[in-house]
Every structure is written in C-alpha cells, then in structure tokens.
Design a protein around this ligand. Structure first.
Ligand code: CP
Length: 300
C-alpha cells in the first residue's frame, strides 16, 4: 500500500497498469471487492468532478465514504492543524483522498498518515489523478501515448494539471507546445525538468499558431483563485477563447481536452464538434479513480 502524492511516485509501468485496470472497470463497473472498507474524502477546496467521481468510484467498488466537501464545518476552524486532522482520520479509514489549497499539503498529510493518501489536487502544485485520467483519455482517443504532440494552452503558471502532465508524459517521447501569455508561462521548475529529460517543447503566445499541428489541444482555465494580484488576473483572464471556426483544418483525430470547469476559454459551439472530448474525459475519471484506489490498496 502506498500513497499517490505526485505523479512521479509512479513508474511508467505502474501508470500503464492503472490505465489497463481502468479499461477493465470501464467494461464492467459493477465491482464490490472493497466491501467493508471505509475511504475518507477530505476536500478543503471546492470540487465537482474530482470529489464526486472519487465518491462514485468508492461506491462502485463496494466501500463506504466518510468526509467533507467544505472544511469550515471541521475542527480546522478551531485551529486544529492539518497534521492532527490527518492522524485522527487515519484511525477511522483505510485510505484518505485529499484536496487542499496549499501546495505540498498532500506530502504533509502522507508523512503523518498511517493509511495511503491520494492527492486530489494541492494548490498550484500537482493533480496526479487528473493526469492519469488525461492519459487514459489520450490513450482511448489516439490509440497510443507515444510520440503525441500536445499543445497546453492557458494558465500554465498555476495549472496543477499541466504540471503533473509534463511530469508524466516525458516518458512517452512527446512533442510539447506551451501556449501562454508571458504572465502565465510554464514555471521554470517544469521546463528545467523537461530539459533534464531531453523532452522537446516550444513556447508560443498565439492559440492559432500551433492549433493545426497537435494531436491533443489541452485547454485550461485561468485560475482566479491562485492570483496574488487581482489586477494581473483581470489583464490575462480572457487571453484565449477557442471557438468552432478555429477548428477548421486541424488534424482529423485531434481531440480537445480540458480538466474543467471552463469559464469561457471554450465557447459552447465547440461542444458539438467531433474534436471536443472534455465531457467524456471527465466521465473517464471515475474508472481511472476506481483503478487508482484498487491498485494502491493492493487489489489489482
Ligand atoms: N478537474 C477538476 O479537478 O475538477 P474539479 O475542480 O471540479 O474537481
């Protein structure tokens, strides 16, 4: 049994194994082999997809869920530390799924927990379970994870999903394109990591420039909640808007992914395009999270 704090906790083989198990669960989602287990879902930050797909995954595996979607009703509001909270909940559960606004909070939790901890997003740092469902979505739509051209667009500075994705995809010989205004560029920490692995990447500021080159167009939301400066957010919040006419001439198999929620960076006329895959992508999350839980608990 181990925790999943960073996508780098998993080897390439372990990631591929989880995707294989997810495929098994997609073919038969009525599983019950975790009956009697209790899994805690602790969400210190808002979530729709991650929390509810985890809860659905836990229920479909036969386990039960405890937890909270809002920490204001917990003893954290009385000043209890995260460490003490996690030690207590370790006594009640077989696994902890946690989202927290502070980067590094998942590592802190895992260091004091006596049960596996799954990072469901920690600040602008990591979102490893999103990455696995993104990979599953790429594998389903492209038939391979190798040699893909992936264009990441938008808030690459605060976007934990794109940070985790870089740290996973380097193992599959990708060609990465980072489309962002200067204020939202991919942090040097990640470009230096890619340099150390010999991964090809290009930076650009125009959404049109590479839209016809890519296999995956990975759109992201500009994350208002992470900006220290409101004026800076106002300057960049509408930096990209993907519309249906912009898809003219893209590769026939190109798919648009987005971790969601969206707030205007993809207009609704794109939803009916054969390139749109973001709602199916969110649906894949349940199977991938069933697989992650099963593998970390040693059942697959
Ligand atoms: N993709 C994602 O993490 O969505 P939620 O914030 O709704 O969980």
């Amino acid at each position: 049994m181990k925790s999943l704090v960073s996508i780098q906790d998993l080897s390439k083989e372990e990631m591929l194994h989880i995707l294989e198990v997810a495929r098994e669960f997609e073919q038969n989602r009525e599983q019950n082999f975790l009956a009697g287990k209790v899994i805690a879902c602790l969400f210190f930050e808002p979530s729709t997809r991650t929390r509810l797909s985890f809860e659905a995954a836990i229920n479909r595996l036969g386990a039960r869920v405890i937890g909270f979607p809002d920490a204001r009703n917990t003893s954290q509001s009385k000043g209890e530390t995260l460490e003490d909270t996690i030690k207590i909940i370790s006594n009640y559960s077989d696994m902890i799924v946690m989202r927290h606004p502070v980067a590094g909070a998942a590592a802190t939790a895992a260091s004091v927990a006596s049960v596996p901890v799954i990072n469901a997003g920690d600040g602008a740092n990591q979102h490893p379970t999103q990455t696995l469902l993104d990979m599953y979505s790429m594998l389903k739509t492209q038939g391979t994870l190798e040699n893909l051209t992936i264009n990441m667009v938008g808030d690459l500075r605060f976007g934990r999903t794109v940070h985790s994705l870089c740290e996973a995809m380097w193992q599959f010989n990708p060609n990465l394109i980072f489309t962002a205004p200067e204020e939202l560029e991919m942090p040097r920490k990640y470009t230096e990591f890619l340099d150390s692995k010999g991964v090809r990447y290009a930076k650009c500021t125009s959404l049109e420039e590479h839209i016809k080159d890519c296999d995956i167009l990975y759109m992201t939301r500009v994350q208002q909640e992470r900006f220290p400066d409101r004026e800076e957010y106002e300057r960049v919040k509408d930096c990209y808007r993907l519309t249906a006419p912009m898809l003219e001439g893209v590769k026939p198999g190109m798919k648009i992914l987005h971790p969601l929620p969206r707030v205007g960076e993809i207009t609704t006329d794109v939803d009916s395009s054969p390139h749109a895959y973001y709602f199916e992508q969110a649906g894949n999350g349940m199977y991938v999270r069933m697989a992650i839980i099963s593998c970390l608990l040693g059942y697959r």
